[in-house]
Each structure stands twice: as C-alpha cells, then as structure tokens.
Design a protein around this ligand. Sequence first.
Ligand SMILES: [Zn+2]
Length: 484
Amino acid sequence: MEYDAIICFETHVELKTETKLFCGCRVAYDIPPNTEICPVCTGQPGALPVLNRKAVEYAIRAGVALDCTINSRSRFARKNYFYPDLPKGYQISQYELPFCENGYLEITGDDGKPYLVGIKRIHLEEDAGKLVHSSDSFDDADYSLVDYNRSSVPLLEIVGDHEKNPLRSIQEARAYLEKLRQILRYIGISDCKMEKGQLRCDVNLSIRPKGTTTFNNRTEVKNMSSFRFMMEALEYEMNRQAEILESGGSIEQETLLFDEIKRITLPMRSKEDAPDYRYFPDPDLLEVDLDDKFIADIKNALPELPHQRVQKIMDVYDIPRDDALILTKDRDISDYFTACVLHCQDPKRLSHWIIKELFRLLKEASAAIKECPIEPENCAELVNLVSQGKVTAGIGREILDDMFKTGEAPNTIIDKKGLKPIQDENRLETLLDEVMDENPEVVSQIEEGNLKPIDFLVGQVMRKSKGKANPKSVIKLIHRKLNP
Ligand SMILES: [Zn+2]
C-alpha cells in the first residue's frame, strides 16, 4: 500500500544575542565550562530574571519574516520538569500568548508548485545547561558533569502546524528545514549551525493510506542534529509505521530517539502532553506589551528575504531563475553579488563569472565568500573589461586567479604582467599574415565563400598572440583582407 506522510517540525534555534535571555552572562561557544554563569542562570534562590530586549526583537523579526500574527501581549510560563541540567526545576518558556502565531513558510512542493507550510506558533524560551558524561571522554570513571554556560541562552521555538498544511514527504521536510535555516540566517538572528547545536529539531510523523484524510497517531523523533540523520530517521520511521499498520497493528503515540550508529529509532518515553508540565504564568516576569511602533520598526528594518532577492535579480538584471537561486542561497554570496553588480555594466556576465569562476577558486581554497580577497569593485571591473573586449575571457580567468591570490585590482595585474590586449592593428595584421601563410588551403576555402574555417584562423591568431588578440578585431581583419 502507498502512504502519505504528515510531517511537522518543532525547531529550536539558538539566537545570537550578546547576552543570555534573563541575565547579563555572555552567549559564548568553545569556552571553558561554567565560566559564563551567574545566580540567575544557575537558579540560585532569590535571583530574579530580567528579560533581554534584543531576544524579543529577534523573535518578532522571525515572526514577521514567517508571516505570523504578532501578539501585542505575550506571557512567559514555567514549564516544570526535573533534569540535572535544569537548575530551577522549571524552564521559562511560553504557553498561552506566545509572541507569534499563525504564520507560514513557502517551499516548492514535490509537485513543483509553491506550497505554504503552516506555522502554528513561535515562542521564546531559555535553553538548558549541558550534561557531559564521562563515557563521552573515554574516562574509566562513571560520572556526569554539568556545564551551565548554555543555561538560559535564548531559544526560539518554531512549531509547525500538524493540521494546517503540514509537510507531505521527506523531500518536503528537507526543503522546509533548508528554507527555514536560510531565512533565519538572512534576518541575522542565528547562525543555525547544526553541528554546534544552534539548530535542533524534533520531527512529528504520522502516515495514512494515500488519498485518505484520517489522522493516525504520530510519533516524535527528538533532537535531530543533522540533515542526514533527519532524513534517515524519517525514512526509517515511515517504513516502521507502514509495517505496523499493514500487520493490523496501531501506532503508539510516543517519543523516539534516533540511534545514529544503528540508524534506527528507539522508544524514549511515552509522549508527554502539556498537562504533564504543569505550565503556569511565571510570577517573576511581567507580561510583555509590545507597542505598534516597536513592531513596525522591526518590520521596516527587516532585511530583504531570499525570495525577494531572487525576484529582484531576475527582474532587474534579467538573470535566469536557476542562477538567481544559486546567487541567493547564502546571504553572504547574495551580498557579494549585490555589491559587485553596483559597479558592473554586464550583470549576466557577472553572475556567470561568480558562479563559475569565483566559486571554483573558493572551492579550491576551501574558503567562504567572506574570506574572498577580491574586492567587489575589482571583480566587477574585471567583468567590465571582458565585456568591453579589453581582455579575452581566457586572459580574464588568468587575471582572476591572480586577483584571488594577491587581492590586487585587475588593471594592476594587467600592467604588471603585460597582459594588455594587442591594440596595434599592424601587429595583429602581421600575426594574421603569418597564420594565412601557414594555412593556404584554409584561406582559399574562405575566399571561395566558405565561412566556417574563419573560426579556425581566429583560434590560430589567438594562440600566436597568447590570448592577447581581440577575437572581434581579428574577424574584422579577416573579412577585410579576404573579402569572402
Ligand atoms: Zn547568568
């Protein structure tokens, strides 16, 4: 039997604020354990939380980018559970009145059409600390240590909508997560590095026979930390559920873990419901009233989103959609292109040179675009020189390689290496004469009206000139001399 999947994500994103959500400790990675902690984030009696304004701003920014309704009043709640990395015995989260609700994210569905994936809510909460188990460090002793550096780092939880436009396949799940990560990076609220735990997700999955509309019980796979494991876990879980249904069984509603070594999902606990956490409004924090101006300011300052940039690149610069998608995949690349194109007379050629030549150089150097030593103005200038026929494409590539090594401007390299094209027509004519002498049969073919071998002659002149002849001038000269 064939099945439809119903998939929805709960995504946790660590915000890149300077300080934690309720205290002045820094948000920092790769620092010695328990060095960014204080009475508030270690839950000392009597310590009181103070809300980080920037984190609220970031939450609203995400809400605006994902087309949510922004609630003018919201509230923090205590989510009660015990775990050694949670010193207060509760996590400050949101339950009723989250900051943002009812949004959507557009992806390209499996059918190739745009599909609006429902987002139920976006709320702000604090992260827990981290347990470090001795088994992780190959130590013989059996103990666990707690590092509270991460305790109270702001987390944004983005909850997909199980009923309103959920994801329908594993491919769509991937597209959703990629798009979400891209947008969150564009709006500058998180680096979303999965390997650093800055983007983690729980995935809910249920299946139903193709074409039916009933909802079966769903399972939740917790804490996926890479795209690959997410895809594998979903694939495994889909097959597991299908087998159970086909043998007449029913799906337990439960929380699973994906065993990354055995590549299977394993039960973790029966899925808890909201009542298990005894949510109640946090009496230490006031409700948050957002005035219209605060929200409007965030809306007005929202950076261009990826799909807006794609449209602009297509409309303004007449660049094909596939190339526009490549140029906007990453905000840094898109910023680089935008900075170049301001100085460039030939945006299409520029896009081609960035995608083909610059990406090649970056790949060879395993460098990110941010580390690219070529200033955008210089990159644009080189493309202009090629467009104007002042250097040939071949020489242009050579110059680009040099620019990448030295960071110098194209004209500096041209002067230094004597790469100026041959402007002198007499010199060009001499070269052409030599080539014609060497290839009399080609010359007579052209004289008889066969234009095909002209390319051959041009190629020979280019070779003799070491790429410094301008092919257009050579063609002109051939026509003048041979009059075909
Ligand atoms: Zn602190």
